[in-house]
Write a protein that binds this ligand. Structure first.
Ligand code: NDP
Length: 284
C-alpha cells in the first residue's frame, strides 16, 4: 500500500517558511505585495481569487485585488497592468485565467513585467526556465517539485513520464524534472500506447484533466505517482486523473485528490511573490 503524499502538510510547512521570510522582509521595511486581477464573473475564478487573497492575509502580505466587469476592454486591462508594473508596493501580478474571449490572453500576459511575473507565464521567464536560469517557476509544477523533494525522491537517472503537455503544467514540469537529471517522456492525446509508456515510469506525473483515465494496473510496482488532475464527478466529488484506489496498491507513494497538488499551487504563488520582494531588496 502506497504512502500518501500529504499536500496540505507540505503546503503548511512551506507556508511557515514563507511567513518567516515575510516577517524578516517587513523588518527591513518591505511588505511583499500581490496584485490579483479578475475580469468577469467566472465562479471558479472567483473562488481562486478569494483563496489567493486569504493566503496573502495569513502570510502578512499585501493583497491588491482588482475585480473588473466581463465587458472590460483590452486597453483598460493593459493600462491597469502598466500601472501595477510601476507600483512599488506590488511585487507580483497575477491575471486570473481564463480571460473573456474578446481579450488577447498572450498580449496581456506579455504586458506583465517579467520581474513581477509570479505565475511564470511570461515568455521571457519561460525561456529562462528552458535554459535553466533562475526564474519565476510556474506555481503548479513548482509545487510538484517541492512535493517530490519533501518525499525524498531523487530524480537523477529516473524514468519520469509526464502525461499532458500544457504550457501551465505538462511542459514546465517536464523541464524541471529534466533539470533534476531525470529521463523524461512527455505524453499527450496523440501518444501511441500510453499504458506501455506509463508502465516504464519510476515517477508518473498526470496532468490531463480526464477523471481516472490512468489505470491502476498501468503503474509500475513501487512507482511514485503525482496526480495534478482535478475533475468534478457528479455534484460534489473530486477525482484526479489517476485511478487512485487501484494505483495505491502498486505505487510506493501517491498524491490524493483533493489534498495533494492543489494546496501547493497557491503556496508557490506566495513563495514567488515573497522572492520577488526579496529581489527588490537586493536591487536597492
Ligand atoms: P490542458 O487541458 O491544458 O492539457 C491537458 C493535456 O492532456 C493536453 O496536453 C492533452 O493532450 C492531454 N490529454 C488529454 N486527453 C488525453 C488522453 N486521453 N491521453 C493522453 N493525453 C491526453 O490541462 P492543464 O494542463 O491546464 O490541466 C491538467 C489537469 O490539471 C486538469 O485536471 C486541471 O484541472 C488540473 N490542474 C490542477 C491544478 C492544481 O492546482 N492542482 C493547476 C492546474 C491544472 P493534447 O496536447 O494532445 O491535447
Amino acid at each position: 500500500m502506497a504512502d500518501i503524499i500529504d499536500g496540505k502538510a507540505i503546503a503548511a510547512k512551506t507556508r511557515a517558511r514563507i511567513a518567516e521570510e515575510v516577517k524578516q522582509l517587513k523588518e527591513k521595511g518591505i511588505t511583499p505585495g500581490l496584485a490579483v486581477v479578475l475580469v468577469g464573473e467566472d465562479p471558479a475564478s472567483r473562488v481562486y481569487v478569494a483563496m489567493k487573497e486569504k493566503a496573502c492575509q495569513e502570510l502578512g502580505m499585501f493583497s491588491d485585488e482588482h475585480k473588473l466587469p466581463a465587458e472590460t476592454g483590452e486597453d483598460v486591462l493593459l493600462a491597469l497592468i502598466d500601472r501595477l508594473n510601476s507600483d512599488p508596493r506590488i511585487h507580483g501580478i497575477l491575471v486570473q485565467l481564463p480571460l473573456p474571449k474578446h481579450i488577447n490572453t498572450d498580449k496581456v500576459l506579455e504586458a506583465i513585467s517579467p520581474k513581477k511575473d509570479v505565475d511564470g507565464f511570461h515568455p521571457y521567464n519561460v525561456g529562462r526556465l528552458v535554459v535553466g536560469k533562475p526564474t519565476f517557476q510556474p506555481c503548479t509544477p513548482y509545487g510538484v517539485m517541492v512535493m517530490l523533494k519533501e518525499t525524498g525522491v531523487n530524480l537523477a537517472g529516473k524514468e519520469v513520464v509526464v502525461v499532458g503537455r500544457s504550457n501551465i503544467v505538462g511542459k514546465p514540469v517536464a523541464l524541471m524534472c529534466l533539470h533534476e537529471h531525470a529521463t523524461v517522456t512527455i505524453c499527450h492525446s496523440r501518444t501511441r500506447d500510453l499504458p506501455g509508456k506509463v508502465r516504464q515510469a519510476d515517477v508518473v506525473i498526470a496532468a490531463v484533466g480526464q477523471p481516472e483515465m490512468i489505470k491502476g494496473d498501468w503503474i509500475k510496482e513501487g512507482a511514485v505517482v503525482i496526480d495534478v488532475g482535478v475533475n468534478r464527478v457528479g455534484e460534489k466529488k473530486l477525482v484526479g486523473d489517476v485511478e487512485f484506489a487501484a494505483a495505491s496498491q502498486r505505487a510506493s507513494a501517491i498524491t490524493p485528490v483533493p489534498g495533494g497538488v492543489g494546496p501547493m499551487t497557491i503556496t508557490m504563488l506566495m513563495y514567488n511573490t515573497m522572492q520577488s520582494a526579496k529581489q527588490t531588496l537586493n536591487e536597492a
